[in-house]
Write a protein that binds this ligand. Structure first.
Ligand code: PLP
Length: 378
């Protein structure tokens, strides 16, 4: 395994080329155009690979593509998105301080709260859309683990301001970029030290593989994460990495379609008589829109909706759809709808009538007709 920055000196292709052309074997006569799937767990001695927990060609290909998309030098794959949170948390000095959103992905909150309760570090949870509160929370912090937009409340953090405030205090910043994808937002360019993804979502895009990726520029951080992967053991299976790489090849076209569908649905939902409020950073009415406009190239495919009614009404909408799937998760080609408050581990602040919509790439009018009918019936 080369410890050198993998993307240093790589050609600077546009993102929609990188997803197709990145992470391929060299163009040599007789070589496959795809990375071969390596299932051996051990290798004859004295070669580049020794043992499968250390490295894998499929991981490297995924890392190369995601790092290039994010404008980072290097990356490290993990078994899941939540394993990347655990890995970043492992970088926090014992007894240190971590700043995190008050309403991040519930698993992130659960993991950070669990580690804080065990005395591993102090956790400061902050309203991520309040730039002054975020800046203040950085005082004496060691790491900030940020998310924007947040899952599922669609809070927008001014990432440039947050990174500057953290760095002024000597803190490092990791940004969970799962919702926006690197095509919608590039936190490295806003000052982040690390960017992480649940590649389970849009990067793989087919709801059939779990994987996480962290990318960054600092070789010391990347090496620490590789050591954490080898010794923590949260490694991705090569087959999962192959599925993610295959999904990445179509990310640009999938994302373009899903974002276009989401933008149109958000506008229509805003006018719907059974809808109380829509949260989508692309809507001019959204409180996060002014910041989102500055830092996002596209506004993503996730929408938050408060239905006019209570939790039962929202549940009836999710149960009433036929084309949409009532299911958790997000970022796949198929549209999903879910009342996140149905989970006991979701934040108690989340309104009971909130629905999270993950918009896929189906025909827009079919999606609208199904959703509109479910809203009217509920
Ligand atoms: C923003 C975000 N980060 C991290 C995760 C965790 O990812 P995984 O399910 O791949 O462990 C999720 C999962 O929903 C997520 O939405």
């Amino acid at each position: 395994m080369s410890q050198e920055s993998r993307n240093a000196g790589a050609p600077q292709y546009a993102p929609d080329t990188v997803v197709v052309a990145g992470g391929r074997p060299p163009h040599e006569p007789g070589r496959g155009v795809n990375v071969a799937l390596e299932l051996s767990t051990t290798f004859h001695a004295n070669g580049e690979l020794a043992y499968a927990r250390d490295d894998n060609a499929q991981w490297r290909a995924v890392e190369e593509v995601v790092a290039a998309l994010e404008g980072a030098n290097d990356g490290v794959c993990f078994a899941s998105g939540i394993a990347t949170i655990t890995a970043v948390a492992s970088l926090v000095p014992v007894g240190g301080t971590v700043v995190a959103p008050r309403h991040p992905y519930s698993g992130t909150r659960g993991r950070l709260e669990q580690l804080a309760a065990a005395g591993r570090f102090t956790l400061r949870s902050v309203d991520i859309s309040d730039a002054d509160a975020v800046a203040q929370a950085m005082t004496g912090a060691d790491w900030a683990i940020l998310e924007s937009p947040t899952n599922p409340t669609m809070g927008i953090c001014d990432l440039r301001a947050a990174c500057a405030a953290a760095h002024a205090q000597g803190a490092r910043v990791a940004v969970d970029n799962t919702f926006a994808t690197p095509l919608g937002q590039r936190p490295m360019s806003l000052g982040a030290d690390l960017v992480l993804h649940s590649a389970t979502k849009s990067l793989s895009g087919h709801s059939d593989a779990l994987l996480g990726v962290i990318v960054g520029d600092d070789p010391a951080l990347i090496e620490a994460l590789r050591v954490e992967r080898v010794l923590g053991g949260a490694i991705a299976g090569p087959f999962e990495a192959m599925l993610v790489l295959r999904g990445l090849r179509t990310l640009a076209v999938r994302y373009e379609r899903a974002v276009s569908n989401a933008g149109e649905l958000a506008q229509r939902l805003e006018q719907h008589p059974r809808v109380e409020q829509v949260r989508y950073p692309g809507l001019p009415s959204d409180p996060g829109h002014p910041v989102a406009r500055q830092q996002m190239a596209a506004f993503g495919a996730i929408i938050g909706v408060l239905v006019d009614g209570d939790g039962d009404t929202a549940e009836a909408v999710s149960n009433g759809v036929q084309l949409w799937s009532h299911a958790t998760s997000l970022g796949g080609v198929e549209s999903l709808i879910e009342r996140r408050a149905r989970w006991p581990f979701e934040h108690p602040d989340l309104p009971a009538n909130h629905l999270r919509l993950s918009v896929g790439i189906e025909n827009l009018d079919d999606l609208w007709a199904d959703l509109d009918a479910a809203l009217r019936r509920a």
